[in-house]
Design a protein around this ligand. Structure first.
Ligand SMILES: *Cc1c(COP(=O)(O)O)cnc(C)c1O
Length: 356
């Protein structure tokens, strides 16, 4: 018997969430963002459910090559561009589209010896201040790119720092619009939050990530639940031991939980080394045999404890949902002072994944 923890991936939920993005932006193409190994879901597990996307966007060349080797012949976008001029040969060989955010990348593309041009995404810094050129540089750079024979289509790309807020795209959109005056080129601006809440940002290609996996870019599940997204990953395990403890007994490391009364507790085969957030405090909601209860004490590397005192129908072997269909990853994230993105991406290699 393997350890009973398992992550199940609901392929219909992935397809459904993609169709929601499609309906929100019916005139746009969709880059399905599958960076960070598809937000922890595993690119090999999800990409077939996302084949109705128009392209895949990611960071690592090996994942792009994986998709090409498995027959994906539509576009692939490297969201951070390339990290070394030697990568250009591979980008060309596999017909990848690359972001460009720095002058050295343009110089490298000019110098490269290519038989046909590479398509690029020219990145504008609209206020995030991570990657990209200042808006006032864009026109000059755009003409520079247009005159380079190694460069094919040029799309203008930017990334919003706070599209989950109602006014969050106003200033960035001003900068982008100003930079793009007179340039006839497609735009790609919208992440999940902008796809959901700012239709004016959709333009030619949207880039939804987190929403495809059925979680909220704002960290607030209620904020997104009306849009009909469905959680994709459910993490379950089992109760592998029961302890009856007297009032005053402690549970787990550091004795930072002390039983207020006689309690029956279950030990669950899941810890932070599986990806469960270590900072989830006592009282974090958890589901055991379809009954809601809560965690007790600190999360350890391989185990955590749950209160089963008032749940006589639970016991050894009961199924535990840690997050997923019922325990929304966004709600767990708020309690553990993190974001759904981090929890998804932290799913550990040692957890088996099953598709259904
Ligand atoms: C991660 C990322 C996205 C997707 O963001 P979500 O908030 O997950 O939708 C889009 N564009 C870029 C450049 C990204 O890095």
């Amino acid at each position: 018997m393997p350890r009973p923890i398992i992550a199940t991936i609901n392929q219909n939920a992935l397809k459904h969430n993609l169709s929601i993005a499609r309906n929100l932006a019916p005139s746009s193409h969709i880059w399905a963002v599958v960076k960070a190994n598809a937000y922890g879901h595993g690119i090999k597990n999800v990409w077939k459910s996302l084949i109705k996307a128009d392209g895949f966007a990611l960071l690592n060349l090996d994942k792009a090559i994986f998709l090409r080797d498995h027959g994906w012949d539509k576009p692939i976008l490297l969201l951070e561009g390339f990290f070394n001029s030697d990568d250009i040969k591979i980008i060309h060989h596999y017909s990848l589209t690359t972001a460009i955010h720095s002058h050295w990348q343009i110089q490298a593309l000019k110098k490269a010896k290519l038989l046909s041009p590479v398509n690029v995404y020219l990145k504008i810094n609209c206020g995030m201040n991570r990657l990209g050129f200042q808006p006032n540089e864009i026109k000059k750079i755009w003409h520079q790119l247009r005159s380079c024979k190694n460069i094919g289509e040029v799309t203008l790309m930017s990334h919003f720092p706070e599209a989950e807020n109602p006014q969050g795209v106003t200033e960035p959109m001003k900068r982008i619009t100003q930079a793009a005056i007179g340039l006839k080129c497609p735009h790609s601006l919208a992440n999940s939050a902008a796809t959901l809440w700012h239709p004016k940002t959709h333009f030619d290609w949207i880039r939804p990530g987190i929403m495809l996996y059925g979680a909220s870019p704002s960290g607030d599940w209620k904020h997104v639940s009306r849009s009909g997204l469905k959680p994709v990953m459910t993490l379950t395990s089992k109760v592998i031991a029961i302890q009856e403890i007297p009032q005053g007994a402690s549970v787990g490391y550091n004795r930072n939980y002390c039983a207020p009364y006689k309690q029956r507790i279950g030990i669950v085969a899941c810890g932070y080394a599986d990806g469960y957030p270590r900072h989830a405090p006592s009282g974090t909601p958890i589901k055991v045999n379809n009954e809601m209860t809560q965690t007790i004490g600190s999360v350890a590397m391989d185990m955590l404890a749950v209160d089963l005192t008032n749940h006589p129908n639970t016991g050894l072997g009961s199924t535990v949902e840690l997050w997923g269909e019922n325990i929304k990853i966004d709600d767990l994230a708020v309690i553990a002072r993190t974001v759904g993105y981090e929890i998804m991406c932290s799913l550990s290699q040692r957890v088996p994944v099953k598709l259904y």
